[in-house]
Design a binder for this molecule. Sequence first.
Ligand code: NAD
Length: 447
Amino acid sequence: MSATTGEGTSLFEGVGARLEAAARVAEVSDDTLERLSLPQSVLKVSVPVRMDDGSLRTFPGYRVRYDATRGPTKGGIRFHPRVNTDEVQSLAFWMTFKCACLDLPFGGAKGGVTVDTKQLSLAELERLSRKYIDQIADAIGPDMDIPAPDMYTNAMVMGWMVDEYATIKRARIPAVITGKPLALGGSLGRETATADGAFHVLKTLRPKLLEADDAAAASGRGRDAPSGRGISADGSAPSVAIQGFGNAGARIAELLAHAGYRVVAASDSTRAVRFDEGLDVAALREAKSSDGELPANAGEEIDPEELLELEVDVLIPAALEDVITPDNADRVRARSILEVANGPVAAEADETLAANGVTVIPDILANAGGVTVSYFEWVQNRGGLRWSAQEVSDRLEEQMVRETENVWKIASECEVSLRTAAYALGLERISEAVDATGSAEAYRNGR
Ligand code: NAD
């Protein structure tokens, strides 16, 4: 695929390679690949904001709908100084596959404003959020495109946005945006959904991975596994290291500790700590919420880079993009990587990790719990329903386990990585929808 952004940069530098690998496995029509070669629409707006000091500043804003074949498009809004057309398009493309992989009735979109929110007062942030919605209001709607929070936007920002949309439309339309505060039509379980979903994915895959390891070892093909493969003969619990002890990272740490894992290392933007017998996750969470950072005395303080290279059963990058690259991929000694962050493993590192026997559980599956509960929020809003926390949790588990099984089936039958399998699953579903309105073959045959 060779689409460009119109600004001369290749849109598919990372995702393109992965899509090509998936296209070799999936049953996909040429029409689909052609359809996915360009985004459906790219909206660029200016967002003028009256600042507290009386001056007027204008920020660039974007909303990209990548593909709406499977349903209205869905994707977050990011406020960040690095936001540009290429980034937003790539993220919208990613969302298209994430929604298809999870079988949600959505296409993919993404939006953003190029702004450093740390420089804004709360009132300036509110004016920016409302003005952005003003500028893109004609392009969104519950049947067209449904935004949600992303980096540096949160439930309160979504609250301002849904309120602004109501003012523009002169009607309350909560299903236009998800990730709202509960009181404005948000869903129970949305806050913890990403980590909860990732936990279900890991829980489903782990026995299969261990079995595959055993089979490989029995045939003399496997490499030596690190300690703690399940609750092992020597009694050790599986070990996990987590980069990014934020919303998603801290929650999955809690779930895994509860499930008997040893969280041997954790980091945030201030420091990384290590304690091989297992960190006290509850104490870390408490310190993080009261002081805003991980306590230095939780264990031995290590270089944050070292965390990525520890010999653990599961490494969980839950902070930033591109943290495992060709520069450090060879030093990763984790048995598997659970991608809770978006894009933590650079495409160029995939091959090295695979060659070293590191299994990567890809972001479009691993962190899809968030968009899945966003879908539940949209369903509840449209039906005037309020599901209990238990109902949300049960439905999330069912959906995550089902699609993880589907990804595993493709990976084992076609002998490809879980990432290629996840993309292939999404691609087949998109292709089915594209071809449902007539494929090139059907037109050539006249039916
Ligand atoms: P968050 O802001 O709550 O947490 C991020 C954490 O990463 C913070 O604790 C921060 O201190 C830490 N961090 C920042 N720079 C770091 C560094 N260099 N080294 C180590 N830690 C660092 O964000 P979140 O909602 O938990 O999201 C984390 C990741 O998960 C992001 O990549 C996000 O795109 C992805 N994700 C989140 C959701 C969701 O619903 N929250 C959904 C899908 C994907």
